[in-house]
Design a protein around this ligand. Structure first.
Ligand SMILES: NC(=O)c1ccc[n+]([C@@H]2O[C@H](COP(=O)([O-])OP(=O)(O)OC[C@H]3O[C@@H](n4cnc5c(N)ncnc54)[C@H](O)[C@@H]3O)[C@@H](O)[C@H]2O)c1
Length: 308
């Protein structure tokens, strides 16, 4: 071993030991401190939040959450009548700063055109919530190529197009927040959900990469939050098959919207809902494969095919 290799060896081993025994415990303690003493949540008053998929489910609840907390809400949905209905409902509750646009988020041209209208009518979007998504549920070989294409275009490509439309202004102003809906299916591969899982893993990778790019910008104030919920009662999960239904409850959409809002205003990076199932999903990568199979077979939390 020559001297240069020996020095590199010492540096490498020294840094690994420093990382494991100083840096990691220090930041674990710091995280614990922040959990016990949470920082003041950001206000969303005066922010312009654009939420995709506001015609139904979690997106609709999020529109209500943000409007109730003083943000201007711009809702996009491919389903124009449902979206108009959401905004009518918000107006009837006294929230006037709400705007509905028809947009197919999987279509880049549509996204960029509608984004221009939003800039003209409302202003620069400061919070983007990529929520719209679809979830056909059946075995991999029962998915048609057209369906797989649609899942990837809506659940993945749409994020690229909305980011193309809104992220440059956030970067220029050094002010903004991007939230995206992944899923527990973006943390663990699941039966009957192969293309969906692929799409939800993809958005997690997209968000993690983006966060890393922005972290390198000095004094960066553009934040990224990825949400991974378990099943939610919106009807998207058509045939849940849950063995212990008391412990593994299907989540309420209003509760999920509250948690998403909380995660955004406290700049959380990755949120697994509910936290108790999130802890299990955090530990799973360290388990032996057979223990995971036992877990899956014993605590069944699956979706049955929507074709039968
Ligand atoms: N419901 C669940 O169990 C669950 C669990 C984990 C993650 N998620 C994720 O949360 C998000 C919201 O799910 P949800 O349960 O509220 O769904 P939902 O079906 O209730 O609502 C989705 C909305 O998105 C809209 N939409 C669909 N395709 C669109 C397109 N191309 N352009 C614009 N709008 C479009 C729909 O019209 C609908 O209004 C999705 O990304 C989903 O994958 C849901």
């Amino acid at each position: 071993m020559n001297v240069q290799v020996f020095i590199e060896f010492l540096l490498y081993v020294g840094n690994v030991l420093f990382l494991l025994f100083v840096v990691v415990p220090y930041y674990w303690l710091k995280s614990l401190y922040h959990i016990l003493n949470p920082s003041q949540p950001k206000s969303v008053k005066g922010e312009i939040v654009l939420i995709t998929g506001t015609g139904h489910g979690i997106g609709k609840e999020l529109a209500l959450m943000y409007a109730a907390n003083g943000a201007t809400v711009v809702g996009w949905d491919i389903n124009e009548s449902n979206n108009e209905e959401t905004m009518r409902h918000l107006k009837s509750l006294g929230f006037s700063l709400v705007y509905a646009y028809k947009c197919d988020v999987s279509n880049r041209k549509d996204v960029l055109e509608v984004a221009k209208k939003v800039l003209r009518d409302v202003g620069e979007v400061t919070i983007l919530i990529n929520n719209a998504g679809i979830m056909p549920t059946h075995s991999f070989l029962d998915h048609t190529p057209e369906e797989i294409d649609r899942i990837i275009r809506i659940n993945v490509f749409a994020h690229f197009w909305t980011l193309e439309a809104f992220l440059p202004a956030m970067k220029k102003n050094n002010h903004g927040h991007v939230v995206c809906l992944s899923s527990m299916a973006g943390l663990l591969g699941l039966n009957n959900l192969v293309p969906y899982c692929a799409s939800k893993y993809a958005v997690r990778g997209l968000m993690e990469g983006l966060e890393e790019e922005f972290r390198r910008i000095p004094n960066n104030r553009v934040h990224f939050t990825t949400i991974c919920p378990f099943m939610v009662d919106t009807g998207l999960c058509k045939r849940p098959d849950i063995r212990f239904q008391y412990f593994n409850k299907v989540l309420k959409q209003s509760d999920v919207a509250k948690e998403i809002f909380k995660a955004q205003v406290t700049n959380q990076r990755l949120v697994k809902l509910p936290p108790e199932i999130g802890i299990i999903f955090t530990l799973i990568p360290f388990w032996p494969r057979e223990a995971l199979y036992y877990f899956r077979d014993t605590f069944t939390t699956e979706l049955l095919s929507d074709l039968y």
